[in-house]
Design a protein around this ligand. Structure first.
Ligand SMILES: Cc1cc2nc3c(=O)[nH]c(=O)nc-3n(C[C@H](O)[C@H](O)[C@H](O)COP(=O)(O)OP(=O)(O)OC[C@H]3O[C@@H](n4cnc5c(N)ncnc54)[C@H](O)[C@@H]3O)c2cc1C
Length: 454
């Protein structure tokens, strides 16, 4: 069947004509492509039929979850089918005794979080895009969150996956068991595979009992004070769930965006340190020692929040930074991970590189687990071509520093389409060759997420 119209007609029969929208153009920043159509299947079996047909006809397919990824992963590769998972949105079962939830992967992250909380359970991945990302997208990217410092990334909570393979076969990657030593871990192979190996249609996710949270906002005049404070917290054996960071410029932008300049006084390097206790505990055991450390390093420049309203008030300066940057000016972002113990040195090298290029930017991130984001504001004095070339040189220089210090690029945003150049520098040649071989085993015709990762 070579005729595209005949292929589209056959695809319409699978999902119903109303769930296939012919598309003429898809835009992603500067990139523009023309997919054949976007499809909105409702079931695994429909997705399986779509993939069987596409496999036979060598028709490329690009998977789309919530579309919130910042790496171009959902960008059409041209003349492909965009497979939207938004109708795969059922929460199938919450099992309170097993502490697991079984979901279709088009469920919005926040909907899942709220549903399990009704059972006294908690999915400890408070990803900032929870209102728009799908759980399947988080699994496909292996995304992280402020809670990753204590709880690891989404990957740590995935127990079992239902996957439609590129030729339409459907498999479960494992069992719903907490221990399993039966061969290679296919569940973790699909987790983070960015839709290049298969379409994840259902997921069984581990949960933990709901926690009570306590938040400190602390500001430091010098970066040394901030790092010494965090190091002492960690060496004393305290166990925060999140340690988040915003530099001075970022904090000023957030305050100005929120039209609240009261917080600016005496702030320099800002961190948010959150702790968790069991819901029935009325005190935070770490409170006294935290107060002593704050007095030692931060001249008491700190705030403490207990109720959820108070915590939201304090978190908003950190959480609104993306919007504040967008409001300020157009920017490009860069995401990396390094071991915490070298992160101060790397931070100083990066700020020196940004200065060398005369770039205005902010650094924000999950300092506890060493995952940072750099937002660099576009230099409007340059032509688009000059800007693109200069930012490329700057990010390549930063990538070399990160790789030399044992870090990874990207850190939590996935490779997708836009981060390939940094990924190629960050990961060894042999490792990339092995990954390519794995891709060939699952998708020999390379029809799924065609130009992503590699
Ligand atoms: C405001 C904002 C805040 C953000 N905060 C964070 C953050 O705190 N932490 C973080 O890690 N990221 C963050 N991100 C990035 C993004 O939200 C995450 O990468 C998220 O996990 C993407 O989920 P999604 O459903 O939107 O995926 P999409 O963008 O739809 O897809 C992402 C990739 O996964 C593939 N894919 C999607 N679903 C499936 C599936 N079911 N099976 C196979 N492949 C699939 C797609 O083809 C694509 O390559 C943020 C983004 C924004 C805009």
């Amino acid at each position: 069947m070579n005729d595209k119209k005949a292929e589209l007609d056959a695809l319409k029969l699978i999902v119903g004509a109303e769930h296939l929208v012919p598309y003429t153009e898809q835009k992603y920043g500067e990139h523009s492509r023309n997919p054949l159509a976007t499809m909105f299947p409702k079931t695994t079996s429909e997705i399986s039929d779509i993939m069987k047909l596409c496999h036979i006809n060598n028709l490329k397919v690009t998977v789309r979850g919530g579309g919130s990824s910042v790496n171009g992963g959902v960008l059409s590769c041209g003349s492909d089918i965009i497979l939207s998972l938004e109708r795969l949105n059922s929460i199938i079962e919450v099992n309170k005794i097993e502490r697991i939830v079984t979901v279709e992967t088009g469920v919005i992250t926040e909907v899942l979080q709220k549903e399990v909380e009704k059972y006294g359970l908690y999915f400890p991945q408070n990803i900032s895009s929870a209102g728009m990302s799908f759980i399947g997208g988080n699994i496909a990217i292996r995304s992280g969150s402020p809670k990753s410092f204590k709880h690891g990334t989404t990957a740590n909570y995935i127990l079992n996956l239902e996957v439609v393979l590129p030729d339409g076969q459907v498999i479960w990657t494992g069992k719903n068991v907490k221990k399993d030593s039966s061969g290679y871990n296919l569940t973790q192979l699909f987790t983070g595979s960015e839709g290049t190996l298969g379409i994840i249609t259902k997921a069984v996710i581990k949960l933990i009992p709901l926690k009570k949270e306590w938040l400190f906002f602390i500001s430091f005049i010098s970066i040394n004070d901030m790092y010494n404070f965090i190091k002492e917290v960690l060496t004393l054996g305290l166990n925060p769930s999140s340690i988040e960071f915003l530099d001075r410029k970022g904090f000023e932008l957030a305050c100005s965006y929120l039209k609240d300049m009261r917080m600016i006084v005496n702030t320099g390097f800002c961190i948010w340190m959150e702790f968790e206790t069991e819901v029935w505990q009325s005190d935070l055991p770490e409170l006294e020692i935290m107060n002593q450390l704050i007095a030692k390093y931060s001249n008491d420049n700190a705030l403490f929040a207990e109720s959820s309203r108070e915590r939201e008030e304090l978190w908003k300066y950190r959480n609104k930074i993306g919007e504040a940057c967008l409001d300020y000016s157009e920017f490009v972002d860069y995401d990396f991970s390094i071991p915490f113990s070298v992160s101060q040195e790397v931070y100083e090298k990066i700020t020196a590189i940004l200065e060398e290029f005369n770039f205005e930017g902010i650094i924000v991130g999950h300092i506890g687990d060493g995952n940072f984001h750099i937002n660099v504001f576009c230099d409007k004095s340059l032509s688009p071509k000059q800007w693109e070339s200069k930012i490329y040189q700057c990010f390549m220089m930063i990538t070399s520093v990160i790789v030399n210090f044992g870090g990874s690029v990207p850190g939590e945003h996935g490779v997708g389409y836009l981060n390939k150049k940094y990924f190629n520098l960050s990961v060894g040649e042999k490792q990339i060759e092995l990954m390519n071989e794995i891709k060939r085993i699952f998708d020999p015709k390379s029809i799924l997420n065609f130009d992503k990762i590699f």
